[in-house]
Design a protein around this ligand. Structure first.
Ligand code: PEP
Ligand code: MN
Length: 286
């Protein structure tokens, strides 16, 4: 593996893989998600349900988050559930719903791909492919998405160090795809009061070590709907290039992650607050 000359100066105790390294490419990489530029002055807000559940649920949620200012729509069609008996997602039917609401709202869509055999199918519909926390070290999957020319949203593995996270991104860049957004989504620690421990120190660290944009997921990072706004605001303050948040038109009825999903009013209020924080740190949310 090539290493870079800055490793000693940064003193992080590991070799920074070359293609993701800021020492090799000092300028920020801008990731273009169907016209939405991530990694520039603007803070990108990705919102939508954990999973696509029905046309009504997806469309009502998508229309509302767009009005509040979301720039990209999220929604899983293939869901990585801890239990094989939980709702696994709508599959291709969910992807078709996502592309219909994109046609109506103009919002680009990000959705998860879990299996190298699904990359072609999901890539037919999605503007950005999400690699979930559980698959951050699925190397055949990383190589497969690296061979596409789609932007990739790479979520940090729940047990992954910063070094392992950067090495996972390096797998994608190494296949020729440099359109990668890193996402801090919480790590497992001894703490049990939150679902995960949202490691906001990862944001300035990753921004220092790498030229790739860094966003934060305060929904999975806390698992607590009431805590999402506080951590979302903190993420913007600490230098994140964007946020991905779960929003549902009826969180209490959600088939997946309702307990950490904002309702439509909470999301609208949060967007107003986020615009103020963004301005205070020299960024903007349109
Ligand atoms: C998700 O975004 O719905 C998801 C499953 O996230 P993670 O992979 O971070 O758990
Ligand atoms: Mn979820």
């Amino acid at each position: 593996m090539e290493t870079n000359p800055c490793n000693k100066l940064l003193n992080v105790g590991f070799s920074i893989p070359s293609k993701v390294s800021r020492a090799i490419k000092p300028d920020d990489t801008i990731v273009n998600v169907n016209g939405v530029l991530t990694g520039g002055p603007e803070i990108i807000i990705i919102a939508g349900p954990c999973a696509v559940e029905s046309q009504e649920q997806l469309f009502d949620t998508a229309r509302a988050v767009k009005v509040s200012g979301a720039m990209i729509l999220r929604g899983g069609a293939f869901k990585p559930r801890s239990s094989p008996y939980s709702f696994q997602g709508m599959g291709e039917e969910g992807l078709i719903l996502l592309s219909s609401i994109r046609a109506e709202t103009g919002l680009p869509i990000v959705t998860e791909v879990m299996d190298p055999r699904q990359v072609e199918l999901v890539g037919k519909y999605a503007d950005m492919l999400q690699i979930g926390s559980r698959n951050m070290q699925n190397y055949p999957l990383l190589k497969e998405v690296g061979m596409t020319r789609k932007p990739i949203l790479l979520k940090r593995g729940m047990m992954a160090t910063i070094e392992e996270f950067l090495l996972a991104a390096e797998y994608i860049l190494n296949q020729g795809n440099d359109q990668v957004i890193l996402c801090e989504r919480g790590i497992r620690t001894f703490e049990t009061s939150t679902r995960n421990t949202l490691d906001l120190s990862a944001v300035p660290m990753l921004k220092r070590l790498s030229h790739l944009p860094v966003i934060v997921d305060p929904s999975h990072g806390t698992g607590l709907r009431w805590m999402v706004p506080a951590m979302a605001k903190a993420a913007v303050a600490v230098g994140a290039d964007g946020l991905i948040m779960e929003v549902h038109y009826k969180p209490e009825a959600a088939l997946c992650d309702g307990h950490q999903s904002l309702d439509l009013d909470e999301f609208e209020t949060l967007m107003t607050d986020l615009r103020k924080i963004a301005l205070a740190v020299g960024r903007e949310i349109s």
